[in-house]
Design a protein around this ligand. Structure first.
Ligand SMILES: Cc1cc2nc3c(=O)[nH]c(=O)nc-3n(C[C@H](O)[C@H](O)[C@H](O)COP(=O)(O)OP(=O)(O)OC[C@H]3O[C@@H](n4cnc5c(N)ncnc54)[C@H](O)[C@@H]3O)c2cc1C
Length: 380
């Protein structure tokens, strides 16, 4: 069998590695437009459940990934400088995106995957000389755009804007820090991914964008602005930019994940939202499911059907949760204004997707819930 993969991000490389390792006599070719050491962003979170699934899927690669993953502890939610601790089970871990890619590139090389870098593919039909063509080319997937009607692609654009920065900042926990400015709301999502570095995703709502004059600012001026606004969170450290442009997030989803012998995985097939985290491990779980289907089914057609059946129901639930989550962020200014206290705000945040209720918060974060309940009892 011959498999062509478009895109050498986490989903494409992990799929290629597992396919080459598991499927026996198979040629796997990955076409990646970038150099091996080029990437955007800083660190990404790999939630606890996702790490367990990567371990169950392939112990060898998990051992390598585990070695580069920084385990994360409890969460902190800060409302205009007042912090609330949300302590519970370990949160999972975080890994530098470039180190993750390098590790996956090494694993691919070891099992004999052919990865071609600097290979921009503008027409995915050029990859049709294979039994299976995998579109793992990310949120702006050329594969998906080339067959938008066949995939039944849908998308939207959020009104909040965000930019992905890094910072050298000693910190031990994932944190969300909300601050008002310019008549609107900002949020810094930050977490450590090495002992030295944190990812800082900065987000603001439309009112803040307009009220703070972001439209007329350059990217450098916007960076200076949020650096100043979140000075305490940054402990005086500057933000580090890596092509860190302010953009509006565009959720994407598809009615169909396959078109003939073509299949979409990772961000190409569904882009949820960074506020529910885990885009990377969800993308890698697609890879696991696709290889499993190819391993167990007799032919590519049945394997693609099995892959969709295994993954799509969970993806639909995830997209529903993502909508609730980004809907909450689009109205974060109102949530901040309405909150009776930082604890009440944190509770509102934790239950924002509707998938977590008070009982689940109490079970997962007993210390937080006890503090919140005692505060409410005191106020009554
Ligand atoms: C602000 C922000 C924060 C995030 N935080 C997290 C987080 O904390 N945890 C997490 O797990 N995820 C996070 N994500 C999401 C995560 O980055 C993605 O979900 C993940 O990278 C998806 O992997 P992928 O392999 O599907 O796509 P990608 O990582 O996008 O990889 C696609 C690859 O295809 C290549 N490619 C694209 N088009 C072509 C072409 N035409 N020809 C050749 N090559 C091509 C690209 O160069 C790229 O290497 C975040 C995303 C954003 C925007």
């Amino acid at each position: 069998m011959k498999i062509n993969v478009l895109g050498g991000g986490p989903s494409g490389l992990y799929f290629a590695y597992l396919a080459r390792k598991r499927l026996g006599d198979v040629e796997v070719n990955v076409h990646e437009r970038n150099a091996p050491d080029a990437t955007f962003g800083f660190g990404v979170v790999l939630a606890g459940a996702g790490l367990a699934r990567l371990q169950a899927a392939d112990a060898d690669s998990f051992a390598r990934l585990d070695a580069i993953t920084k385990r994360l502890g409890n969460q902190e939610i800060i409302l205009n400088g007042q912090a609330v601790q949300v302590e519970g089970e370990a949160y999972g871990g975080a890994v530098e995106r470039l180190t993750l890619l390098k590790t996956l590139q090494d694993l691919c090389a070891e099992v004999g995957v052919n990865v071609t870098y600097h290979a921009q593919v503008d027409d995915p039909r050029l990859l049709d000389d294979a039994d299976l063509v995998v579109g793992a080319d990310g949120a702006n997937s050329t594969m998906r755009r080339s067959f938008e009607t066949q995939f039944g692609t849908h998308g939207s654009q959020l009104s909040n804007a965000f930019a992905w920065y890094g910072a050298e900042r000693l910190h031990d926990r994932p944190t969300l820090s909300f601050r008002n400015a310019g008549g609107g709301a900002f949020c810094a999502h930050y977490y450590p991914y090495t002992d030295r570095m944190c990812t800082f995703v900065m987000e603001c709502d439309r009112a803040a964008w307009e009220g703070c004059g972001f439209e007329a600012m350059t990217n450098d001026q916007r960076q200076d602005f949020v650096e100043d606004l979140f000075r305490d969170d940054l402990q005086g450290q500057p933000l580090i930019s890596n092509k860190s442009e302010w953009r509006n997030f565009q959720p994407v989803w598809n009615d169909s994940w396959t078109h003939g012998n073509r299949v979409l995985i990772g961000d190409a097939v569904r882009r949820a939202h960074f506020s529910i985290g885990s885009g990377t491990r969800i993308a890698m779980e697609d890879s696991i499911a696709l290889v499993k289907a190819l391993e167990t089914e007799a032919d590519v057609v049945s394997a693609l059907a099995a892959y969709v059946a295994a993954r799509k129901p969970a993806a639909d639930i995830l997209i529903g949760a993502a909508r609730e989550s980004y809907g909450w962020y689009e109205e974060m200014g109102e949530h901040m204004a309405d909150a009776a206290s930082p604890h009440a705000f944190a509770f509102d945040y934790l239950t924002r997707t509707g998938r977590v209720d008070a009982a689940r918060v109490a079970a997962d974060y007993p210390g937080f819930m006890a503090a919140y309940q005692s505060e409410r009892a005191g106020a009554a």
